[in-house]
Design a protein around this ligand. Structure first.
Ligand code: AMP
Ligand code: MG
Length: 404
């Protein structure tokens, strides 16, 4: 097949993202349940964080000026964290703790390690500069500024930040409802005995895991027989229930490849065959207006094509802004012989070779070898029409980054 018959990976991603219709339904969830959800609204800071100046250390609040020519101050009070700070009497110190609000009139805090305590107060053995050891009101977030933008995926730190501005319930987009359809008469569910000609369905489980990581809800999960009728009927049913259908297998050129054929007859097929290795047969189209992403059948191709083209599309459907995966540039610990006009995503492992960071390739890169994906911790890219020599710098994407 000529290069011109294939869609480049970058064009495929652009095409898919341009076709994405972001979810518009929203719901309110408890902050405790918000991990991996997508913010449906901007969050402005309602009040300064921290709300008042407070101490960064355990020690003594003073007025720096009171210590010029004077190293001894009586202790006139005590402020524990969470209690009203009161005010500092001139010429005295107030015992204070990390997180305690600074009493009015104090302008500095001396660490307790820097003072000697005696019955008549504290004596200070180091110079005190105004403002030292004080965390300023609003230094983290100032009232009115944008704390988090609509479209942000909530990680643990965003949960914390929402908590810090007092948000107990969060407005998020509805989770994307996805149907998984695995095609193939040869497929048997794990737990059943295998008959002649049969194999276990592994793609279903890879896809369930990927979609869970991507924060999607799987609303339908079925195996499709290799008949046009079954494929058509099930695709229509899935289209009615899901926001997105993801299939595996059946998108190649064989006469048993009915997903592509049904997309073609419904005139919903907009792209297929990508210049990617592994995973050339990838289809995209719509069934009754519901987008369908048709992944290849080979198990390693399913993982690679989901991560490379499926994730950007899913992010766009989830209402997230365009997102750049940067990868890292790391020396290759492998070499390749033949170049290809298809961009190759090598199942790779970033590890130390004799103390030096390198990207190693799994020896068998066949698209049917799922064990390559378990050995790997990411994908290394061999650009179109290039070979790689050991020591050349390659771009490596960790699985974690691809799933962000
Ligand atoms: P296809 O694209 O349907 O021709 O499938 C390509 C290859 O992937 C064939 O060897 C299939 O048996 C295999 N395959 C397809 N679907 C699955 C699946 N769900 N689990 C494991 N292997 C599969
Ligand atoms: Mg098949």
């Amino acid at each position: 097949m000529a290069a011109s018959d294939l869609t480049s990976v970058d064009d495929a991603i652009r095409h898919l993202v341009s076709r994405a219709r972001p979810v518009s339904d929203t719901e309110t969830v408890a902050l405790t349940q918000s991990l991996d959800r997508i913010l449906a609204t901007d969050y402005q800071v309602p009040a300064d964080v921290p709300p008042a100046d407070n101490s960064a250390v355990d020690g003594y609040a003073v007025r720096a000026g009171d210590l010029s020519g004077n190293t001894r101050l009586p202790v006139s009070g005590r402020v524990a964290a969470g209690h009203a700070p009161g005010s500092l009497e001139a010429g005295t110190a107030v015992r204070i703790f990390t997180g305690s609000e600074i009493p009015a009139g104090a302008d500095s805090v001396i660490m307790q390690e820097r003072v000697t305590v005696s019955d008549d107060g504290i004596s200070v053995d180091a110079p005190v500069s105004e403002g030292q050891n004080i965390r300023r009101q609003g230094q983290d977030l100032a009232r009115g500024e944008l704390a988090l933008a609509k479209g942000t995926r909530i990680r643990p730190q965003e949960m914390g930040l929402l908590g810090s501005i007092g948000i107990g319930k969060v407005e998020v987009f509805a989770r994307l409802k996805v149907a998984i359809l695995n095609t193939g008469d040869e497929l048997v569910d794990p737990g059943q005995p295998l008959g002649p000609g049969q194999i276990y369905n592994s793609n279903r489980y890879t896809m369930l895991g990927l979609l869970a990581k991507a924060g999607c809800d799987v609303v339908l999960c079925e195996t499709l027989a290799d008949t046009r009728e079954d494929t058509r009927k099930t695709l229509k049913r899935a289209a009615a229930e899901a926001d997105l259908i993801i299939t595996s297998g059946g998108v190649s050129v064989g006469e048993e490849d009915h997903v592509r054929a049904v997309l073609e007859e419904s005139v919903g097929l907009s792209l297929w065959k990508m210049a990617i290795k592994p995973g050339k047969p990838v289809a995209f189209g719509t069934i009754d207006d519901t987008p369908l992403l048709g992944l290849p059948g080979n198990p390693a191709s399913v993982l690679v094509s989901f991560l490379v083209v499926g994730m950007p599309f899913i992010r766009a459907c989830q209402g997230r802004p365009p997102f750049m995966v940067y990868g890292e540039r790391v020396p290759a610990g492998f070499s390749t012989e033949k170049s290809s006009f298809r961009r190759e995503y090598v199942r790779a492992r970033k590890s130390l070779n004799n103390g030096t960071l390198a990207i190693n390739a799994y020896p068998n890169q066949s698209s049917g070898v799922l064990s390559s994906t378990c050995w790997a911790n990411g994908l290394a890219v061999i650009p179109e029409n290039q070979t790689v020599e050991q020591g050349d710098t390659v771009t490596y994407y960790s699985f974690a980054e691809l799933l962000e």
